[in-house]
Design a protein around this ligand. Structure first.
Ligand code: DGL
Length: 292
């Protein structure tokens, strides 16, 4: 396969990363580890979260285009990471068609790595309804037909509960209890987890928010179940694309702290940035992203 060709971008320009809310911070974490010399601008569209329960493709696609335009015009990004499974499923093909000049990386539930890892051949997939009912996901699932059994569970309300529990530091008991109850309800609806024949031994986290409830899921499912998220492969793919475009920051570059922006409550992003990325409140800013 030949390397994609992109318009030359200044190697010192930042990489844009966005999600419906704070979930994409889990991807930013992996990007910063893989690409320590790069600058990042992160946008949480928290005023419009959750994307995946009932917003619909047209709304999510419109927000994705507006955010791509905003990050390009205001921050001159050299690449965009769509750190949201729901937005990737709804709109990445359109963004790719509109912006062939922009190196673009999306996230999708990591089914192929799960097939390679599973010993029982029974794989669980959790994600938003938007992602798991999308044509893109149906195609991915069809491409693996016969290679494993998949139990697919949309988790309405879970990303939203994680988003809200982030607004409080420490999270209030009722919110932590609600998040745990949703994890328990959805995983118990999927069948038995474990490493005996027929049991689900691998769980794909098909929403970037869910990485932040891994401990709760682990407590419910036991130590033998493997959980797969997409931050690290996405970070490696971002490196490959930048390399192909000749746009990697030089190793001599000292990356500044990322710039984090939200269309929603500032305190929510500040709490999440401190809790999960150990970043100071001063990195976070409140913005508006108009429709295009
Ligand atoms: N974090 C997002 C995803 O990966 C979306 C969560 C939501 O807004 O519903 O799908």
């Amino acid at each position: 396969m030949s390397a994609p060709s992109f318009a030359a971008s200044a190697s010192d320009a930042p990489i844009g990363v966005f999600d419906s809310g704070v979930g994409g911070l889990s991807v930013l974490q992996a990007l910063r580890a893989e690409l320590p010399h790069e600058r990042f601008v992160y946008l949480a569209d928290s005023a419009n979260a959750p994307y995946g329960d009932a917003r619909g493709d047209a709304f999510v696609a419109a927000r994705t285009h507006a955010i791509t335009a905003y990050l390009s015009a205001q921050h001159h990004i050299k690449a965009l990471v769509v750190a949201c499974n729901t937005a990737t499923a709804a709109a990445i093909h359109e963004v790719r068609a509109r912006r062939p000049d922009l190196p673009l990386v999306g996230v999708e539930p990591a089914l192929k790595p799960a097939v390679a890892l599973s010993q029982t051949g029974h794989i669980g997939v959790i994600g938003t309804r938007g992602t798991l009912t999308s044509a893109k996901f149906a195609k991915l699932l069809a491409s693996l037909q016969g290679q494993a059994e998949f139990t697919v569970q949309p988790c309405d309300g879970l990303a939203h509960a994680i988003e809200r529990s982030t607004a409080q530091d420490p999270p209030s008991d009722p919110l932590a209890t609600e998040t745990r109850a949703l994890c328990a309800r959805y995983t118990s609806a999927m069948g038995r987890f474990g490493n005996k024949p027929g049991e689900i031994d691998t769980l794909v986290l098909g929403c970037t928010h869910y990485v932040f409830v891994q401990h709760e899921l682990r407590a419910l499912l036991g130590p033998q179940v493997q959980m797969i998220s997409t931050g690290e492969p996405v970070a490696r793919q971002t490196r490959r694309l930048l390399q192909a475009a000749g746009a990697l920051a030089p190793e001599s570059a000292v990356a500044a702290a990322p710039l984090l922006m939200t269309t929603g409550p500032l305190a929510q992003l500040q709490t999440a940035a401190a809790r999960w990325l150990q970043l100071p409140a001063a990195c976070c800013h409140s913005i508006a992203v108009p429709s295009v």
